[in-house]
Design a protein around this ligand. Structure first.
Ligand code: GLN
Length: 488
């Protein structure tokens, strides 16, 4: 058996499987053992059905033996954020509300992965209903950072980022409403991509803020992220917001990278609040692109300072509507103390939802209420359009933008817990991409003096995933940040 199998990329695993050096059963056994060995420290998993994983691995090995492989991901395990439905497997959203919920259907992404032969590997921890930036809002556990076990993995897809970083699974899926893929990827030193709104079907993704939510991949290399994106992207009749647009061959684009690119650096992203070590590291990455012959342009994004305020109006408004379905009557937690129907709603929701979720429902209900709708919600929608226009204007002169993913590295667990506003600032650089619907990727670009990972964010044009992957890949190939692993 090859050494350090748990840190191999999907690309490596594919050739080991193809060459008969390992079987999918051996690979999955190794990862189940790895998860057993390290997950008590980082708590990335909500659940893992080892028996089911091994049965799927055996079926894949059988297909391989018969020459009936379903696709390049056949036999490859993939972790799923606990907000994406897999038929017959618990789907908790890290909430007491859905603690006992088992969906009877697959999300479109789960179906596509299964059809490609990939093996769903565990349910990964998250902030409750994807609301948060540290995975401390999970009703079950905090997910810790594999690089420093007293620090957070980021959020809300903290489990998806930490499991990949720790070597428990080679790739995973998360969801990104305001940064929840890119920010934890940056904190955990892995690659994470939020595709364009509409590129990947949201059917079977539990809704937080439907006009912002998007599913995307995590991996230990850009190439792995490209492969997973390939298998989940595309139009889905079950999600009317998914776009009917051909899906390019993402992995092939990496074979013959185009460039050099015109890259924009928005000056608003480099002002106060940015940690000096992060700033220096991002500047180094920008200089590297310049050295490769890329034209670097300073860009202005005049409405960027409004992004957080706008996001917390729109996201909470949509959340207050989406979360109304958890009433204790159908599939969610039902209080046993209630006296009548109204009391049942109150008590089930009071018992089932955590503090941050309640805060957002209250905020969202407020901004939508008559008398405040025009002042908050309507104005936020107008500014959202201006933010999108800022990006579209920038893309008239550049192919993509380079920014830090997060203003700081992973923080200590508990540090921002009591201060929601400080927590919300974690997403200052990621949120505007969701408001504009554009794609973004975070790629490891260095470490600070305490050996904590730093992520470079690359933001692209709508449906410009190929460019983002190529730009990120060229950086990754010339550096060795992605191939460094935490010592657990
Ligand atoms: N941290 C942001 C929030 O709390 C974004 C979360 C996400 O992208 N799901 O809403």
């Amino acid at each position: 058996m090859p050494d350090n199998l748990h840190f191999k990329t999907v690309t490596d695993l594919q050739s080991l499987l193809a060459g008969g050096e390992i079987s999918s059963v051996e690979l999955c056994r190794e990862l189940i053992d790895r998860k057993e060995a390290v997950d008590s420290k980082i708590q990335a998993f909500n659940s893992l059905d080892a028996e089911n994983v091994l049965a799927n691995a055996e079926a894949s090995d059988q297909r391989r033996a018969n020459g009936e492989l379903r696709g390049p991901l056949d036999g490859i395990p993939i972790g799923l954020k606990d907000v994406i439905a897999v038929s017959g497997s618990p789907l908790t959203c890290s909430s007491r509300m859905l603690e006992n919920f088992v969906p009877p259907y697959d999300a479109t992404v789960s179906r596509k992965l299964k059809e490609a032969g990939a093996i769903p590997f565990g349910r990964l921890n998250m902030d409750e209903f994807a609301m948060g930036s540290s995975t401390e809002n999970s009703a079950f556990n905090t997910t810790f950072n594999p690089w420093s076990s007293d620090r957070v993995a980021g959020g809300s897809s903290g489990g998806s980022a930490a499991a990949v970083s720790a070597g428990s699974v080679p790739v995973s899926l998360g969801s990104d409403t305001g940064g929840s893929i890119r920010q934890p990827a940056s904190f955990c030193g892995v690659v994470g991509m939020k595709p364009t709104y509409g590129r990947v079907s949201r059917f079977g993704l539990v809704a937080y803020a439907s006009s912002l939510d998007q599913i995307g991949p995590f991996g230990r290399s850009v190439a792995d992220v490209a492969q997973v994106l390939q298998s989940i992207a595309g139009h889905d009749p079950k999600d009317s917001t998914s776009i009917e647009k051909a899906v390019p061959g993402y992995p092939e684009i990496l074979q013959n990278p185009i460039g050099p690119w015109k890259l924009g650096v928005p000056k608003e992203y480099f002002e106060e609040g940015l940690d000096p070590e992060v700033k220096a590291c991002i500047q180094k990455a920008i200089d590297w692109y310049a050295d490769q012959g890329c034209e670097i342009q300073e860009i202005q994004m005049p409405n960027m300072d409004l992004a957080i305020a706008v996001y917390y109006i729109i996201a909470t408004a949509e959340a207050s509507s989406n979360l109304a379905r958890y009433d204790g009557v159908r599939y969610s937690h039902r209080s046993e103390q209630s006296e009548d129907a109204i009391d049942l709603y109150f008590k089930s929701r009071a018992e089932g939802f955590g503090e941050e979720v309640k805060r957002r429902i209250i905020l969202g209900t407020y901004v939508l209420s008559s008398g405040y709708y025009d002042a908050y919600y309507l104005r936020a929608q107008k500014i959202r359009t201006l933010i999108r226009e800022d990006f579209m204007k920038a893309y008239e002169s550049v192919d993509a933008l380079l920014t830090p993913t997060s203003p700081f590295v992973s923080f200590r667990a508990g540090e921002k817990n009591e201060d929601p506003l400080a927590m919300y600032l974690s997403d200052i650089f990621t949120i505007s991409a969701n408001l504009a619907g554009i794609p973004g990727i975070s790629v490891p670009c260095g470490f600070n003096s305490e050996n904590l990972p730093i992520g470079l964010q690359i933001l692209g044009k709508p449906f410009g995933e190929s460019d983002l992957l190529a730009i990120a890949n060229s950086f990754e190939q010339a550096h060795d940040f992605s191939s460094q692993h935490p010592d657990l």
